[in-house]
Write a protein that binds this ligand. Structure first.
Ligand code: ZN
Length: 188
């Protein structure tokens, strides 16, 4: 009985850790986007933060929202990343568009042409793709960064792996601390 309770508790912890890791990946993209391209004002920060998360929100986010609303029946994420064939085909389509440096460059250039000046927070989208290329393993959503020109993908190390996860947290924290220090020094 005691062992069963311990097992159940560990199982629940494991499930929540996986779900938390998935959300932390998306939030981490937002944090990188904000600190890299949104340092001028609060508005610019949150715009870059949102754009940084956009590629995942417009692919997996849409999928999860459709799953919650009962429009599609999504796979069970609670036991880790599901196998690729369990994911609906339209998610791959959205993932191709939102994770392509070619599409990003075209949109960035178009916005630049329309505004006659670059929209800096939009660079958070490009950064998201650059971060994803080495931090996605070949077996689960490798980054289609050259789509639609080429289907080439790079087999990296999954984001949830401690070798990526911990340095990422340390680097993010370092950048935010440095930003905070520079802001304080500037105010003086
Ligand atoms: Zn992504």
């Amino acid at each position: 009985m005691v062992f069963w309770s311990i097992y159940k508790t560990l199982d629940i912890c494991y499930t929540y850790t996986i779900i938390l890791t998935i959300y932390m990946d998306i939030i981490s993209h937002g944090l990188w986007g904000g600190v890299a391209f949104g340092r001028k004002s609060k508005k610019e920060y949150w715009t870059a933060f949102g754009i940084g998360m956009m590629p995942d929100l417009f692919s997996f986010g849409v999928y999860q929202a459709a799953d919650i609303l009962g429009i599609v029946s999504g796979p069970d994420w609670t036991q880790g990343a599901p196998s690729s064939h369990e994911i609906a085909a339209f998610v791959y389509g959205l993932y191709d568009v939102t994770h392509s440096l070619v599409i990003f460059a075209a949109i960035f250039g178009l916005v630049w042409a329309i505004r006659r000046k670059p929209f800096i927070p939009l660079l958070a989208w490009g950064l998201h793709i650059l971060i994803d290329i080495p931090t996605h393993a070949a077996n689960f959503f490798p980054t289609p960064f050259l789509w639609p020109i080429s289907d080439y993908t790079f087999g990296g190390i999954g984001w949830g792996n401690a070798i990526i996860f911990i340095p990422n947290l340390i680097l993010l924290a370092t950048c935010y601390i440095l930003w905070g220090i520079f802001r304080k020094l500037k105010k003086k």
